[in-house]
Each structure stands twice: as structure tokens, then as C-alpha cells.
Ligand binder design. Structure first.
Ligand code: HEM
Length: 156
């Protein structure tokens, strides 16, 4: 009797473990200690930066008409998630790719330069380390062709 009970308990334990493993949530990727994400820990938070950035964007008449019908709470969350991923954070970006996200907006170089200007001014105002600001602007600039829906550059 005891033997049978032990067997049943063991079988149940094995089944439970197997089920737990198959339902396991995939592990977030490890954060590289040299990434921007790791290095901005202790600097003013992403939330503060995103708030200030969109305050500037919405006060700018070159840009604000584009956000008239946009849910800004969702936009701020998405931008936070996108940038956290781009800075080497543990969670992959699962939203739209930059070409798709902006393709119906008819954006031009002036829009892009204005966004980059507000991003830089935000980071300076929050006293983010100068070297990190340079790296963030480089990442933002790398999205330009996609955001403006310019033809993709062919690999040589
Ligand atoms: C540094 C370059 C940029 C980055 C990294 C960026 C990032 C993003 C992200 C992550 C989204 C959300 C995508 C989704 O729904 O999954 C988005 C949407 C949007 N972006 Fe940008 N963006 C950039 C440049 C611009 C520029 C230059 C403008 C012009 C004002 C702009 C205007 C918008 C608007 C209006 C939406 C909302 C679209 C909608 O919900 O219909 N973005 N962007």
C-alpha cells in the first residue's frame, strides 16, 4: 500500500514538473553590463525622460498634430518598452517595426530632426552622462531610414 502511494506521488510529481516546464515563461535575456540599459541604472529614470520628451513633442507645432488621435498613455508605454529594448534591456520589443509604425504618417527630415532635438534636450535637462547621450542619439539616428520610410540600403 505504502509502495503504491509512493509510486503515485512520484508519478504526480513528475507530471507536475513536466507540465510546469512546458508552461514556463521564457526567461528574459541577460543584461550586458556594458549596455546603455545597465549604465543608466541610477540615472534619472526612463519614465521621467519619456514624460519630459513627450511634453516637449506635444508643445511643438511641427509635431503635435501627428499625435492628435494617439492614445498618449499607450504611446509613452510603447516608447519606454522600445527604448529599453534598444538600450540592451532584458525584454525584447514586441510592437511594430519602425517602418510599419510610421509608414502612414508622411514624415520628413524636419520631423525627424525635431524629434532628435527634443530627445537630446530631454537627456541634457535630466543630466544624463554626456557619453551615454551620444550613444542614445546614435541609436535614434539608426532608425531614421525606417521611420521616414526611405528605401532600405542594400548591403555591399
Ligand atoms: C527616433 C526615432 C523614433 C523612434 C525610436 C520611434 C518610436 C516609436 C514607437 C516605438 C512607436 C509605437 C509603435 C507601435 O505601435 O508598436 C511609434 C509610434 C509613433 N511615432 Fe514614432 N518613433 C520615432 C520617430 C518618430 C517621428 C520623427 C515622428 C513624428 C512626429 C513619430 C511619430 C509617431 C506617431 C504619431 C506614432 C503613433 C502611430 C499610431 O499609433 O498610429 N515618431 N514611434
Amino acid at each position: 500500500m505504502i509502495k503504491t502511494l509512493t509510486k503515485i506521488t512520484l508519478a504526480a510529481a513528475i507530471l507536475l514538473t513536466a507540465n510546469f516546464q512546458s508552461n514556463a515563461i521564457p526567461q528574459d535575456k541577460k543584461v550586458d553590463p556594458n549596455s546603455i540599459y545597465a549604465r543608466i541604472v541610477g540615472q534619472p529614470s526612463m519614465d521621467a525622460a519619456i514624460e519630459l520628451f513627450y511634453k516637449k513633442v506635444l508643445a511643438d507645432e511641427r509635431l503635435n498634430y501627428l499625435f492628435e488621435d494617439v492614445n498618449m498613455k499607450a504611446q509613452k508605454r510603447k516608447q519606454n518598452e522600445f527604448l529599453s529594448a534598444a538600450f540592451g534591456g532584458p525584454k525584447a520589443w514586441e510592437g511594430k517595426d519602425m517602418r510599419t509604425a510610421h509608414k502612414n504618417l508622411a514624415l520628413n527630415d524636419t520631423h525627424f530632426a525635431a524629434i532628435a532635438e527634443h530627445l537630446q534636450a530631454t537627456l541634457v535637462k535630466l543630466k544624463i552622462d554626456e557619453k551615454i547621450i551620444g550613444e542614445i542619439i546614435t541609436i535614434a539616428a539608426s532608425t531614421k531610414d525606417a521611420v521616414l520610410n526611405k528605401p532600405e540600403k542594400k548591403a555591399e
